[in-house]
Design a protein around this ligand. Structure first.
Ligand SMILES: [Zn+2]
Length: 295
């Protein structure tokens, strides 16, 4: 029995709301466990299938979610410079492909889950299937709502391409970068050890100007909001030997407890480093950024 369309739409909306709530509370990744236990009005509706990258509930007539596991995203996130991901569908004909095509035809909003490590995902929503290639048996999924309004998402005009590339750089790579950096630093500010994910950012050491792929963890630092802004503004520096420095003028200022404890007391403190040495911030990038602070 297929649910009424209004109910399918209501469930999609509620899934987006539920993911928003978790994200606003600081969640930077979603576990398989919580995703398969999503509840709608007291009814459990798993958002991931077992052993498959597509979730087509039997009582839905189009796809609800698509997932790429972390095995495929170990070195990148698979997002094209135009903000699309390609998903290969099943070789045999059947329900999955029918529901996938219907999601394309009806432009149903869905969730795209990207594996960040085994059993953990970042989420993009609402995502839309914008192209179906029955010969190659692939669909293209636009990860941002604005991208689906292009006439031909696979052949962008020049100004559309520029827009899409900026969007991919500033927004679409962010969730993966945030998840990897916060995980590496054990969800704590590398400077003050604040442990509230909702107050933490994944800061770039060197501003992200590269066009291809998600930024490396080694170009990142988990920093609380105040230390992130201070670092970007060069009020706070980090030496290539992982020591915190505060701007000289700022050290001499007299003001309230935020200046005193939040900033001045950090001068000379060692940076708290990631658990894995492979995730340590790049000394070269730290030096490059420190030169700007010292100047
Ligand atoms: Zn901090």
């Amino acid at each position: 029995m297929i649910r009424p369309h209004a109910e399918q739409d209501a469930i999609r909306d509620d899934v987006f709301r539920w993911l928003d709530l978790r994200r606003n509370a600081g969640a930077y990744e979603y576990s398989r466990d919580e995703l398969v236990n999503y509840m709608f009005n007291g009814e459990r509706i798993p958002l991931l299938d077992t052993g498959r990258g597509i979730r087509n509930p039997v009582d839905f007539d189009s796809t609800l979610t698509i997932m790429t596991s972390s095995k495929k995203t170990a070195y990148s996130d698979g997002i094209s410079p135009e903000g699309l991901v390609t998903y290969s569908y099943q070789s045999r004909e059947g329900g999955d492909n029918v529901k996938l095509r219907r999601a394309f035809e009806r432009a149903d909003p869905l969730v795209y889950f990207l594996g960040v490590r085994p059993s953990y995902f970042v989420a993009f929503y609402p995502a839309y299937i914008v192209h179906d290639d029955p010969v190659r048996r692939t669909v293209s999924i636009a990860l941002d709502e604005t991208l689906r309004h292009f006439d031909d998402p696979l052949n962008l005009k020049e100004y559309e391409r520029r827009y899409a590339e900026r969007l991919v750089r500033t927004r679409l790579h962010q969730p993966m970068f945030r998840a990897r950096v916060l995980r590496a630093y054990n969800t704590a500010c590398a400077i003050c050890n604040l442990k509230h994910a909702e107050l933490l950012d994944a800061a770039h050491i060197i501003a992200d100007s590269q066009t291809g792929g998600v930024a490396e963890v080694t170009n990142g630092l988990a920093l609380c909001k105040i230390h992130h802004a201070s670092y970007d503004q060069n009020l706070l520096g980090i030496t290539p030997d992982y020591e915190v420095r505060i701007d000289r003028d700022l050290l001499e200022e007299v003001d309230g407890p935020m200046l005193r404890h939040g900033l001045q007391d950090m001068h000379g403190r060692p940076l708290t480093l990631p658990q894995r040495t492979a995730d340590y911030p790049s000394r070269q990038k730290l030096a490059e950024k420190y030169a700007l602070f010292a100047a």
